[in-house]
Design a protein around this ligand. Structure first.
Ligand SMILES: NC(=O)c1ccc[n+]([C@@H]2O[C@H](COP(=O)([O-])OP(=O)(O)OC[C@H]3O[C@@H](n4cnc5c(N)ncnc54)[C@H](O)[C@@H]3O)[C@@H](O)[C@H]2O)c1
Length: 320
């Protein structure tokens, strides 16, 4: 049993690979290194440098490594940038998914776990998002993730494909000092980069209708997230029932202001964040319940906020 991990050289994918390997489940990584790093892939895990748009390369990897299932993380994930680059986003995330599904069908691979996103919900008008909350994506990125979910459902109806989509909320932390979030658009790397370069971290807006005026998000630790992928894969492989989608959220909102205070505590660097204007399109609060994933995927928050910040800071420093 070998699982193909697309995007396995990325921040989350590299954690997923480690979680599978720790359970004794073999993996092979396909990644074009557009945002990932070869060094994030553990030694001994086969690595194929190729795009998911390259059908023949995917077919060859599936055949050569005896792939029986896929965790599909590769994609273009910058929601803000996707507004300026809709064609690129659709090509990577929608054509990429279709190309992957065709290669899976060709190779007789019948199970897939897909990285979806909280972005499928847009700005939900509820305190706690559930799987049934209406989907109103507000960017090409969010749309492409929702289309990815639809593609899986359609392919399942046509071929019997077994699938589930995991909708991540705000993924942070590190489960290994070898892997860190290098995204130029995510809060943790932005704050750490500022501190390491002697700049003051910035909060975008402190006049939201939230307890401290800053945006509230749902932060989850990447190692907890990775563990849920293994359970999802094991259930698919065992033919156990899974839902078409799970929200991987904590049920608990944390404000950007709270993150800043925790960063100051953990790093020992005292700072008062600069307050900038609101960023267009930033909702005041998005928090999800992960109850359905807790029921089926042993999904739990095994890390505190301090551990999320501390592990991310350690990994970021180990890399520099
Ligand atoms: N980080 C988050 O908070 C978050 C939240 C929701 C969903 N997601 C989704 O999780 C997945 C992984 O995100 P991440 O944070 O690890 O990002 P990342 O950029 O670190 O990882 C993405 C990986 O995919 C690879 N890749 C991109 N396009 C490819 C292509 N065409 N062919 C092959 N490889 C390709 C990149 O090189 C990279 O290694 C993405 O699909 C993203 O949309 C992430």
């Amino acid at each position: 049993m070998t699982w193909l991990v697309t995007g396995g050289a990325g921040y989350i994918g590299a954690h997923v690979v480690r979680a599978f390997e720790a359970k004794g489940i073999g993996t092979v990584v396909v990644d074009d290194l557009s945002s990932g790093r070869r060094a994030f892939v553990p030694a001994g895990v086969p690595f194929v440098q190729a795009s998911i748009l390259d059908g023949p390369a995917l077919e060859a990897a599936i055949a050569e490594h005896g792939v029986t299932g896929v965790v599909h993380l590769a994609g273009f994930k910058y929601a803000g940038v996707s507004v300026q680059r809709p064609l690129h986003t659709y090509q990577q995330n929608v054509t990429g998914m279709a190309t992957l599904l065709a290669a899976m069908e060709h190779g007789g691979v019948e199970q897939i776990v897909f990285s979806s996103s909280a972005a499928v919900f847009g700005t939900p008008d509820v305190d706690l998002v559930t799987e049934d909350t209406p989907k109103h994506p507000e960017s090409p990125y969010g749309e492409s993730k929702l289309i990815g979910e639809w593609l899986l459902a359609d392919q399942a109806r046509a071929t019997g494909l077994k699938h589930t989509s995991l909708r991540y909320f705000n993924v942070v932390g590190s489960g290994s000092t070898e892997v860190f979030d290098a995204s130029p658009h995510n809060l943790f790397p932005l704050v750490f980069d500022a501190l390491l370069e002697g700049r003051t971290p910035r909060i975008n807006g402190d006049d939201y209708a939230t307890p401290d005026g800053t945006c509230v998000r749902d932060y989850i630790h990447v190692a907890d997230l990775a563990a849920a992928h293994v359970v999802a894969a094991e259930r698919l492989a065992a033919g156990e029932p899974v839902e078409a989608a799970y929200n991987l959220g904590s049920g608990d909102g944390v404000s950007v202001g709270q993150i800043m205070r925790t960063v100051a505590d953990v790093t020992g660097i005292a700072f008062e964040p600069e307050i900038g204007p609101r960023r267009i399109g930033d909702p005041a609060r998005i928090v999800a319940t992960g109850e359905r994933a807790a029921r089926d995927l042993d999904w739990r928050m095994r890390h505190s906020l301090e551990q999320m910040v501390e592990s991310a800071w350690q990994a970021r420093n180990a890399a520099s």
